[in-house]
Design a protein around this ligand. Structure first.
Ligand SMILES: C[S@@+](CC[C@H](N)C(=O)[O-])C[C@H]1O[C@@H](n2cnc3c(N)ncnc32)[C@H](O)[C@@H]1O
Length: 332
């Protein structure tokens, strides 16, 4: 029989949790993992290379080592499998994801989550004076950290999501707000005869990964609240519907509904929140979507209701090995 955790310790661990995010962000900002690529090093050497205080760095790394991110042995720190994922030369590095999740556009609104709960409005206007994506467009540095981090986080999940779907007979795929193109590239690998369109705003498309599956897809810029490219068999929306409140989602989905080919499918790739108290990463993400964006993670019934309002019907939910599921919709 498993022992219940000590009730007091549950509260203490939750209260101190933000310190762990701060420590991880520090290791990423100082690029400690890169500095350990050639082998273990004493903290004094790491601190000298990073230009920081050795004792303070040691205290941060000692904390992270409790979670198997870095390891101290014989007076030297070394990489662990988790710390290795922070190395920047890795094609699927999580360095940029760690910087993105801990950047101030999330950190500050979550730090004053009670205000979000009191007002029912996310914290972007109070803290940054603009809605989330408008702010990222105007603030180039914050935008670069976010979109690069999104691409890095998405790299973990793109292949398993694409591989979970049956792409038989698909000729054209539009990735609506597809960022730098990671999911579209994986989908095209699974659907060798298909061509693709990556649809997003101009300042994001300029960093699209045009050299991968080159020649099979093109970039189209635009605003999904106004229109989407017409005539595809599959429209993918990954981590998009969760960014917006219901009325906005209905506008986006209705714009797709108007122009999709007969028999086309819409694949909403987001968390599907299960009933009950069991742990699910979507419950964490949901509070982030509420804090910095007007978004929600939704249950299957909530997706079905959204689709219904947009002239669509939920046809099936495909769970994937990633946190996100594919919730498929077709015309009613
Ligand atoms: C959370 S990111 C998801 C990106 C990508 N689908 C992924 O999973 O990595 C949201 C995306 O929506 C795009 N976006 C936001 N507002 C948009 C709009 N009005 N029209 C088109 N794209 C938009 C952003 O530029 C960004 O790439």
């Amino acid at each position: 029989m498993s022992q219940s955790p000590d009730p007091g310790q549950i509260i203490v661990d939750l209260a101190f949790g933000f310190i762990l995010s701060g420590a991880l962000a520090t290791a990423a900002k100082l690029r400690i993992a890169d500095k350990l690529e050639a082998g273990p090093k004493p903290v004094a050497d790491l601190a000298k290379e990073a230009g920081v205080d050795a004792q303070s760095l040691n205290r941060v790394l000692r904390l992270l080592a409790m979670f198997n991110v870095f390891k101290e042995e014989g007076g030297k720190y070394q990489l662990t499998p988790a710390a290795d994922l922070l190395r920047t030369p890795l094609p699927h590095t999580l360095h940029h994801a760690a910087l993105m999740v801990t950047q101030d556009i999330f950190w500050k609104p979550v730090g004053e989550l009670d205000e979000v709960v009191r007002s029912g409005e996310n914290g972007m206007i109070p803290h940054f004076g603009a809605p989330f994506f408008d702010y990222l467009e105007k603030n180039k540095e914050a935008g670069a950290i976010f979109h690069r981090g999104m691409s890095s986080l998405s790299d973990l999940e793109n292949a398993p999501i694409a591989q979970a779907y049956d792409w038989g007979g698909v000729n054209t795929i539009v990735d609506v707000a597809g960022g730098h193109g990671g999911l579209l590239i994986e989908a095209l690998k699974c659907a060798p005869k298909a061509k693709g369109i990556l649809y997003d705003v101009a300042h994001v498309l300029k960093d699209a990964r045009v050299n991968e599956e080159a020649g099979r897809w093109s970039c189209v810029e635009g605003n999904f609240f106004k229109s989407v490219p017409p005539g595809a068999d599959v429209y993918m929306l990954k981590r998009i519907i969760h960014d917006w409140k219901d009325d906005d989602c209905v506008t986006i989905l209705s714009n797709i509904r108007k122009v999709m080919s007969p028999g086309a499918r819409i694949l909403v790739c987001d968390c599907v929140i299960p009933p009950g108290n069991d742990p699910h990463g979507g419950k964490v993400l949901d509070v982030l979507m509420m804090s910095a964006l007007p978004g929600f993670e939704r249950t299957q019934d909530e997706f079905a209701a959204l689709f219904d309002r947009a002239g669509l019907k939920l046809s099936r939910v495909i769970h994937t090995p990633a946190l996100l599921s594919i919730t498929e919709a077709v015309a009613k």
